[in-house]
Write a protein that binds this ligand. Structure first.
Ligand SMILES: Cc1cc2nc3c(=O)[nH]c(=O)nc-3n(C[C@H](O)[C@H](O)[C@H](O)COP(=O)(O)OP(=O)(O)OC[C@H]3O[C@@H](n4cnc5c(N)ncnc54)[C@H](O)[C@@H]3O)c2cc1C
Length: 474
């Protein structure tokens, strides 16, 4: 009997397993594939995900594998400078191969005590009042108290639950791959600048060592059931640019659509959904993996609290309450970005107008904060603007604030030196630091780094500790 079984060891499943292990929850991750994914899709880790990595002590393990780039130019690929005043110690984009992220997160989960079984595909589920029975494709049956489907966009768990996945089917398909390019860089850059004015999606972006990321429309490339070939890329490049730029030696080639869908519910009884299993959208802006990791950090401590028995009654349902609107917003911004990439005259006119508007720093910053998820504010009721937002990494007398969050516990940061977490000290840490770089007397942070309370009154603090962390121990 496990406490939690997770279906799928992608970035979402691996992160969730680690978050649960921080609270000693017995976790089994079931992964259908026998070996980790071999294709090397370079994805971008955005500011909020980098902050989460720092909050769990993982940033040093990840940084050497990636390339830091400016936190700019990724809203509909409109080239603009980094907005002023991005309020983060990690205000950059980290380009990094997706398999490296999965490997680091899986290792981290295993180091913390999670079990991962590969070659184990979830094929059936039944739930009752006490738990969930999970049936594998080979007929083996396993039992746990909760199950989380982190099994990707075609989620078996979501289908078995009968949860609807409404939205729009793919309208256009795109080829994307990484390959070496024979033509000289200057020639490529000039041609790409010219063509990308009229043809979208289209790019050749250098990754170094002669390797380029190549994106071309898939329209005209025959059977979508068959994986694309180098010849397909050459054909599309010639059709658009009049040359195939001498592309050769592909690292990986893929085809993806712009389907946009959101699960109707994130929870049915003891079974929950997270990551692509709950939401899919076009990759423009590079948000899917980030969203999944952030789902995992939101859900982890709440599900752990439920398992350990101290969760307030409605805590687990705040997962859907908080995360589904965030996914809705991401779906919307990818819809908007997709329109802005259309070569039709109307969307092109809107694009020109938005390009002008983004010269206003506030507009530019708003859009970048949206994509990088630092602009998220959960609705915790009325209060100062900081309430419900994540607190940036600030310096406190012990060092960096985020270093104090590695164990995934709540934290009271108290400048008044009068407050205490009292009977919640088994779940919530406290530091008194009058010199902390805060413009409020004290904050209570949840394990996901969001501000759950602001004030200076002990009784009010106790009410909020109860709201988020249940009944105190004597
Ligand atoms: C071209 C492209 C570029 C992208 N670029 C970015 C980017 O820059 N930034 C970004 O944030 N996102 C990006 N994304 C999106 C990102 O890749 C996904 O959002 C991310 O992989 C979702 O992670 P996940 O763990 O939820 O699901 P997945 O990565 O799909 O993992 C699901 C796992 O579940 C396993 N599984 C499936 N069924 C079962 C079953 N029945 N039982 C057990 N295991 C099962 C699968 O084998 C897989 O390992 C991009 C996507 C594409 C297509």
């Amino acid at each position: 009997m496990f406490d939690v079984i997770i279906a799928g060891c992608g970035p979402t499943g691996a992160m969730l397993a680690a978050e649960l292990r921080l609270h000693d929850v017995r976790v089994l991750v079931l992964e259908r594939e026998t070996t980790p994914a071999s294709f090397v899709r370079i994805v971008g880790l955005h500011i909020r995900s980098l902050e989460l990595m720092a909050m769990r002590g993982l940033l040093e393990r990840i940084l050497p594998h990636g390339r830091q780039r400016p936190a700019a130019g990724f809203f509909a690929a409109i080239a603009k400078p980094v907005p002023k005043g991005l309020d983060s110690a990690y205000a950059y984009l980290l380009g990094i191969p997706q398999p490296v992220i999965v490997e680091v997160l899986e290792e981290h989960a295993i180091d913390l005590g999670a079990q991962v079984r590969r070659g184990a595909a979830v094929a059936g589920i039944e739930q009752d009042d006490e738990g969930v029975t999970v049936e594998l494709a080979d007929g083996e049956r396993l039992r746990s108290r909760y199950l989380v489907g982190c099994d990707g966009g075609r989620s078996t768990v979501r289908k078995l639950l009968g949860v609807g996945f409404p939205g729009e089917p793919a309208r256009t398909e795109t080829l994307m791959g990484e390959m070496e390019v024979g033509a000289p860089q200057v020639e490529i850059a000039a041609k790409v600048a010219e063509i990308s004015q009229t043809h979208r999606p289209f790019w050749l972006r250098p990754f170094g060592n002669g390797v380029y990321s190549v994106v071309v429309p898939a329209a005209g490339v025959s059977d979508r059931q068959v994986p694309p070939t180098l010849a397909d890329f050459q054909q599309q490049l010639r059709a658009i640019a009049g040359t195939d730029f001498g592309v050769h030696s592909p690292r990986w080639l893929s085809r993806f659509g712009d389907a946009t869908r959101l699960a109707e519910r994130y929870r049915v009884g003891r079974v929950l959904l997270a990551g692509d299993a709950a939401h899919i959208h076009p990759p423009i802006g590079g948000q899917g993996l980030n969203l999944g990791i952030q789902d995992a950090v939101n859900l982890g401590w709440k599900l752990a609290a439920q398992v350990r028995g101290w969760a307030p009654e409605t805590l687990l349902d705040t997962y859907q309450g908080e995360r589904r609107p965030v996914a809705e917003d991401v779906l919307d911004n990818t819809r908007a970005q997709t329109e802005l990439l259309s070569a039709a005259p109307g969307p092109q006119a809107v694009r020109r107008l938005l390009t002008e508007l983004m010269d206003f720093d506030e507009v530019n910053r708003h859009l970048i904060e949206k994509i990088t998820a630092v602009g998220i504010r959960y609705d915790f009721g009325p209060g100062p603007d900081l309430l419900g937002r994540r607190l940036r990494d600030i310096t406190v007398k012990q060092g960096n604030l985020y270093d104090l969050l590695h164990r995934g516990r709540g934290l009271l940061l108290d400048r008044t030196e009068r407050l205490t977490v009292g009977g919640w000290s088994d779940r919530v840490d406290e530091i008194a630091d009058p010199s902390a770089d805060l413009d409020v007397p004290a904050v209570l942070m949840r394990p996901d780094g969001h501000v759950a309370w602001i004030g200076d009154d002990q009784r009010d603090l106790d009410d909020h500790l109860s709201r988020w962390f249940g009944t105190p121990t004597d």
